[in-house]
Design a protein around this ligand. Structure first.
Ligand code: AMP
Length: 395
């Protein structure tokens, strides 16, 4: 893999695609600086090797220029993380950007305005990509979260840097961790898939059945499986169009010799609310008027036991509505079991916004092996899909 480690940056201007799409409060204070912090090793290495850095990113989903989504809001957080002042260009292309890039000295950092102020960014427009490309001597992609998108700054731009293109340390680390989990991880390889819908996870579940030894399914998905197998699921979330798909998953698991664990009991509620009345019910016998919002105590034991025996763990998606305290026990129990397995030598990889949020909520981030920054990109890479942003640097 071509990374910033091998490249000679002396007196080079490195155009670095980062993912600084961070959340803010109403006063534009960054409320979670994880993505900025994780970019530091790449930026610092380039500076240490005698280069200068031009950072480009998207922020939010603007429909054209929008002051509330200006990259200038991230500058204080970035300066704090870097321990130095950074420069800012109020446009990502054109004279403003060109002049700022031209005057950049070795050791300096310049931030370009939000790439998505131009619709050409998401359209993967080649002329726009070229206008970005002229700003730098080399191109570094360190934005794993958008590596599955063929946008101008993540993919198309690479063609303007025949040899001088490479991965940043964060993106390279992401790919290495997923490869480590899937290709060289210790058995048994155990995947835990949660989240609300079968429809959004089905293609990854089908792919994982070719690779894993154990598959644990929780979250809203569990009720579609329960109904498909003839259970009564009351008012629980069910995707009627996916009942056969659920049965196909069960059949494929059997055919592939994958141990499949589905919830056996659940926490049911008489309302989708933290103030609802709750009780425990079998997953396949939920009374009318009640809905399952978390896995139950018996399921927690079964899931934890399977997780603690894993050699390699992949986790995507909470197994209950963990945002509400009454329905977080299942997700806490999964997280605790992963921590325990990791302490005993398993390799654990956590990805997807909600499972990462859960790990952070319970302060367990430093007790798992790797937290992926890219939910969608991680799932596509796990599925074996070629990520355009990765392909563009490799070719
Ligand atoms: P996803 O984006 O598909 O990974 O889904 C994550 C969301 O699924 C979280 O916001 C959870 O609250 C939600 N979720 C998990 N379990 C359930 C459930 N039993 N019923 C409804 N939503 C759920």
């Amino acid at each position: 893999m071509k990374t910033v480690k091998e490249y000679d940056f002396s007196n080079k201007k490195a155009l670095v695609r980062v993912d600084f799409n961070v959340p803010f409060d109403e006063n534009f204070n960054v409320t979670d600086d994880t993505r900025i912090r994780l970019s530091m090793p790449t930026i610092e290495l380039i500076l240490k090797k005698g280069g200068s850095v031009i950072l480009m990113s998207h922020l939010g989903r603007p429909k054209g220029p929008d002051a509330s989504l200006s990259m200038k809001h991230i500058l204080p957080t970035l300066e704090k993380a870097l321990g130095r002042k950074v420069k800012f260009a109020a446009d990502c292309i054109g004279d403003e950007a060109k002049n700022a890039a031209a005057s950049l000295q070795a050791g300096e950092v310049l931030v370009l305005e939000n790439l998505r102020f131009y619709k050409e960014e998401e359209a993967g427009d080649e002329a726009f990509a070229q206008k970005l490309a002229v700003l730098g001597d080399c191109y570094v992609n360190d934005a794993f979260g958008t590596a599955h998108r063929a946008h101008a700054s993540t993919t198309i731009i690479a063609k303007f840097f025949a040899k001088d293109k490479m991965f940043g340390l964060l993106l390279a680390g992401e790919l290495e961790s997923i490869d480590k989990a899937l290709k060289t991880g210790k058995a048994p390889l155990t995947a835990i898939m949660g989240g609300s819908k079968v429809s959004s996870k089905i293609s990854i579940i089908m792919q994982l059945l070719d690779k894993v030894d154990v598959l644990i399914i929780g979250g809203g998905m569990g009720y579609t499986f329960a109904k498909a197998q003839g259970g009564n699921v009351g008012n629980s979330k069910v995707e009627e169009d996916y009942l056969q798909t659920a049965l196909d998953v069960v059949a494929k698991a059997k055919e592939k010799g994958v141990k499949l664990f589905l919830p056996v009991d659940c926490v049911i509620a008489d309302d989708f609310s933290n103030n609802a009345n709750t009780k425990i019910a079998p997953n396949d016998n939920i009374p009318a008027g009640w809905q399952g919002l978390d896995v139950g105590p018996e399921t927690n034991k079964i899931f934890a036991d399977a997780i603690e025996n894993a050699g390699t763990i992949l986790w995507n998606g909470p197994v209950g509505v963990f945002e509400m305290e009454k329905f977080e026990k299942g997700t806490v129990s999964v997280a605790d079991a992963i921590v325990k397995a990791t302490a005993n030598g398993a390799f654990s990889l956590i990805g997807g916004g909600d499972s990462v949020a859960a790990i952070n909520k319970y302060n367990l981030a430093d007790k798992v092996s790797y937290i992926s920054t890219g939910g969608g990109a991680m799932l596509e890479y796990l599925e074996g899909k070629v990520l355009p942003g990765v392909e563009a640097v490799l070719n």
